[in-house]
Design a protein around this ligand. Structure first.
Ligand code: SAM
Length: 387
């Protein structure tokens, strides 16, 4: 007799693989399709997950209370938030912010494809989360080949239990992934599933020469891009590709707010005008935003509620600029040791002057002493990466 649970699970996996194929623009590679079929995603999710509430926030969805919605989410090509507020329950669900998640399956497959793992390789994952990504790797590479570091002890414990229940041998360690995990290295591949603003040197030191370090990228201006570095003897370098956003590694997080941390009543800004529309540097011209983020390095932006004023500030909170719409013109106020809007304009002109390069033309070099981004070649510096 057919097992109805298995039949519906198979149908759900089939639907998920089609959705992932649509997102990737082609069928899921058989080796990862097989792994997704063999490692059911729902077995790696906690009973309480958090789903988008349609108002820009999250609402809890419990397996016991709403198994249909819970199961549907498990097999949709969407990221699922599995922990909010570093494990603290917010009094008001509207205050929930994601601190751990199961990444969208199409993103998982895309990054695994970029990782280019082969049998016999030793792989370290940073950011275990639910353990599903590590499970797919372990299914492919076999016992004793995959290690994973997770900073949150509850998340690490839950992932270990799920991997164990699935009969997969992954070495899960609770610790700070910025330190890698030296005892299990050297690695052929390191994959991070949390984004970084600078690449921890430990990852390069713990990867074999010729090995790959793959990590989502974050910049104060834009969290976007996947960085694939090849490790050489004294450095690692490689290029970015466009990609969606991942949550930031915990110790690289920032929580700056314009009025609380930057702008003071006594600040008197220098006033001027600009022909550059603030929407050109904050709108859906992603290539420009990505390039400006690399060029400027430590600059972030925030709209005032009604999108009538754009704030720009440095991450050291010492300089700021405000751009206001004034009829068909824009007026600018700049305060602090740096003239930030002038820097934004210069960076935009630089991007235009170089033929409006897309993210794929940019790369990053890491040495033990410094890190910098570049356009087309490591000698053509785009910006310095600040720690
Ligand atoms: C997007 S989730 C991981 C998705 C996961 N790989 C999966 O398959 O479900 C990112 C994870 O990185 C973890 N994380 C954040 N900062 C970290 C750090 N410094 N070291 C290790 N893990 C970290 C978070 O706690 C979170 O669980």
């Amino acid at each position: 007799m057919t097992d109805p649970v298995n039949t519906s699970q198979q149908a759900a996996v089939g639907g998920l693989l089609r959705a992932v194929g649509d997102a990737l623009g082609g069928p899921v590679p058989a080796k990862w399709g097989d792994a997704i079929g063999a490692v059911p995603r729902h077995r790696f999710l906690p009973e309480r997950i958090w789903l988008e509430d349609g108002k820009g926030g999250y609402e809890p969805c419990d397996l016991q209370a709403d198994s249909g919605r819970w199961f549907e989410a498990a097999y949709a090509d969407v990221p699922i938030v599995t922990q909010v507020n570093d494990g603290e329950t917010p009094e008001d669900p509207a205050d929930a912010w994601p601190s751990s998640s199961a990444s969208a399956p199409s993103i998982v497959v895309r990054t695994l494809r970029e990782l280019d793992v082969r049998p016999g390789m030793n792989v370290l994952e940073i950011g275990t989360g639910t353990g599903w990504n590590a499970a797919l790797l372990a299914h492919r590479l076999g016992a004793g080949r995959v290690a994973s570091v997770e900073i949150d002890s509850d998340v690490a414990r839950q992932a270990w239990a799920s991997l164990n229940a699935a009969g997969l041998d992954v070495d899960v360690r609770c610790g700070d992934g910025a330190e890698g995990w030296n005892r299990r290295g050297p690695y052929d591949r390191i994959i991070s599933t949390c984004s970084v603003r600078h690449v921890p040197w430990a990852w390069i030191e713990q990867t074999r020469s010729g090995g790959i370090v793959l990590t989502p990228w974050d910049n104060p201006m834009l969290c976007w891009g996947l960085l694939r570095l090849t490790v050489e003897r004294d450095r690692a370098q490689g290029r970015f590709s466009p990609h969606s956003a991942f949550m930031l590694m915990r110790d690289q997080r920032h929580d700056l707010r314009i009025f609380r941390d930057v702008v003071r009543d006594e600040h008197v800004p220098a006033e001027s005008g600009t022909a550059l529309s603030p929407w050109k540097v904050t709108g859906d011209q992603w290539d420009a935003r990505f390039a400006l983020g690399l060029r400027l390095g430590d600059v972030w932006t925030a709209w005032e509620d009604d999108e009538e004023r754009l704030w720009v500030a440095t991450t050291d909170a010492r300089s700021w600029a405000a751009v206001d719409r004034n009829g068909g013109q824009f007026t600018v106020g700049q305060y602090g040791p740096r003239r930030l809007w002038d820097e934004v304009e210069a960076a935009y002109r630089w991007w235009e002057g170089h033929g409006r390069p897309a993210p794929e033309r940019f790369g990053l070099t890491v040495t033990g002493r410094r890190q910098w981004t570049w356009l087309d070649h490591p000698s053509r510096v785009a910006g310095a990466v600040r720690r």
